[in-house]
Ligand binder design. Structure first.
Ligand SMILES: [Fe+2]
Ligand SMILES: [Fe+2]
Length: 193
């Protein structure tokens, strides 16, 4: 290895970081699944746990394709995201709100992974590590699909269900939405804060 670090060194470092992040996620995803009430959301977390195990195996293939030992390096970024997710799970939210929050936590992790794999694919391509690039792209596609699935669940009813529950009491004494003036709307908004 050269005295001065190169992009190849940074690439291996990033691979180790990501390998550790995936391992941390295999411990966090079962907790998200367990905390979910919505059956589709629970299944989504369980399915992504299986995918994550495959992603770990795929990263091992990447290390092998580069003749590098399989090694992880503690990923502080994902540890922080998981820690925040744990704090949310300790909150006393109603079931649908908790599901909306679990999606938010899950999507933070997916976006972090998408950033990591996006960089890894680009660096592998730039350095001509085509086998590694191909494997990493497969995982990037899975992370994007997982993120999209979570958005679909949030926007397909969970967010609205949580929003309806949040404003259930207020609807009784509020004017119908169509009849509310601009000023009335902002007054209603400020009450909700
Ligand atoms: Fe992953
Ligand atoms: Fe993921």
């Amino acid at each position: 290895m050269a005295d001065t670090g190169t992009l190849h060194d940074a690439f291996i470092d990033e691979l180790r970081d990501t390998y550790d992040a995936e391992k941390q996620l295999t411990k966090a995803l079962p907790k998200l699944a367990k905390a979910a009430t919505n059956a589709k959301l629970r299944t989504a977390f369980e399915t992504h746990l299986q995918e994550t195990q495959g992603q770990i195996a795929r990263l091992e293939q990447v290390f092998q394709s580069l003749d590098e030992p399989v090694r992880g390096k503690h990923c502080d970024g994902i540890a922080g995201i998981i820690e925040e997710g744990k704090s949310v799970m300790e909150e006393d939210f109603d079931e649908t709100t908790m599901d909306a929050c679990l999606i938010a936590s899950g999507q933070r992790a997916e976006h972090y992974e998408m950033a990591a794999y996006g960089t890894l694919v680009a660096w592998a391509q730039a350095m001509g590590h085509s086998q590694a690039a191909k494997l990493l792209q497969q995982t990037l596609d899975e992370e994007k699909a997982a993120d999209k699935k979570l958005s679909g669940l949030a926007e397909g009813g969970i967010n609205q269900g949580a929003a309806d529950a949040a404003h259930a009491d207020e609807d009784e004494d509020e004017e119908p939405v169509g009849a509310a003036s601009g000023a009335g709307k902002s007054a209603a908004k400020s009450r909700r804060r």
